[in-house]
Design a protein around this ligand. Structure first.
Ligand code: TYM
Length: 320
């Protein structure tokens, strides 16, 4: 199995990123090959502030390492350090049907939210396809919202292969479990653009305040409630132990409790869950040269693979 995934440095990681993606990266890092990158070229479509983008990129590397990504097992690098991918994107763009990209939900959503409709935003899935194909990845762990983009990648790779002969490996999107769509503090999908996130390394006091403000329904305390469809319970179950989860589910079904109690339990469980990573993060952040060294080494390893694939693709379509 050859695994690849990318994550954008658009701010600090939230629980959706962790439970929907990062946790899977770590579970899969001992595969035959595992490539994980910080998608700063994708982030440039929304982060238009140079200093912020630089800082978010460094923070992303520190966060991933603190959360358990092991650079001795996986290749960790920054997307823009592998220019071969941008060149490969052009090869794919020449055959990318407008209609296919127009159907992409992420683009439509961002446009509706008022982001300027730049060509980079529109062609974003083609860059993502190049990312995946450049490493011959067959498995791409992502949250539910990215599955459509992996379908686009399969389409583009399939038609290139059809026209120019077998060149690319067709990947599969991998949504590992039911945390593929983590709810935010308003019950909608957790997303930075919806302003409903709980960050992984947020100040615990700040996070507790946010948790206490989570939207809940106004049913009376006595009434029994279904745990599985309640976003608050869903969040709790991500950070709770098995025993805590079972106890809370029983409490929901019995009724006679207040959401305030659940929120407090959620804040406590979150602090325990991310505590060890928080301590590791503090150590890593104190050694920036080491982080830069890891990223430089990752980029060199990634480039070796990507340049092989690029050479293959250029030869196939008559550029070499
Ligand atoms: P990005 O940076 O938006 O998100 C990173 C990962 O987090 C997942 N995710 C969620 N999962 C569950 N519930 C949520 N609420 C939630 N919010 C985010 C996303 O599904 C994603 O897996 N285009 C990609 C980055 C990328 C990429 C790639 C991914 C660029 N090139 C190649 C895979 C392969 C993105 O914007 O992810």
């Amino acid at each position: 199995m050859r695994v690849l995934s990318g994550i954008q440095p658009t701010g600090r990681f939230h629980w959706g990123n962790y439970f929907g993606a990062i946790r899977q990266y770590i579970d899969l890092q001992s595969a035959d090959a595992a490539y994980y990158f910080i998608a700063n070229l994708h982030a440039l479509t929304t982060v238009r502030d140079a200093a912020a983008l630089k800082q978010y990129t460094l923070d992303a590397a520190i966060d991933l390492l603190a959360l358990g990504l092991d650079p001795n097992q996986a290749v960790l690098f920054v997307q823009s350090d592998v220019p071969e991918v941008s060149e490969l994107m052009w090869l794919l763009l020449t055959g990318a049907p407008m209609g296919l990209l127009e159907r992409c939900v992420a683009y439509k959503e961002k446009k509706e939210k008022g982001l300027p409709a730049a060509a980079g935003l529109f062609t974003y899935p083609v860059l993502m396809a190049a990312d995946i194909l450049a490493y011959d990845a067959d498995t791409v762990p992502v949250g539910q919202d990215q599955i459509q983009h992996i379908e686009v990648c399969r389409d583009l790779a399939g038609s290139f292969n059809h026209l120019f002969g077998e060149t690319f490996v067709l990947p599969k999107g991998k949504v590992l479990d039911d945390s593929a769509k983590v709810p935010g503090t308003d019950g909608e999908k957790m997303s930075k653009s919806y302003n409903n996130t709980l960050e992984v390394f947020e100040d615990p006091k700040q996070q507790r305040k946010k948790i206490m403000r989570i939207t809940t329904d106004s049913r009376p305390m006595e009434e029994p409630k279904q745990p599985d469809t309640d976003p608050l319970y869903q969040l709790f179950s991500l950070v709770a132990t098995d025993a805590e989860r079972a106890e809370m589910a029983a409490l929901y079904l019995r009724g006679g409790f207040g959401y305030g109690e659940v929120k407090k339990a959620l804040a406590d469980a979150a602090e325990r869950f991310f505590g060890p990573a928080r301590a590791r993060r503090a150590d890593l952040a104190a050694d920036e040269p080491r982080i830069r060294e890891i990223l430089a080494d990752g980029a060199a390893r990634a480039r070796r693979q990507a340049s092989d694939v690029l050479r293959r693709a250029k030869a196939a379509c008559g550029l070499q």
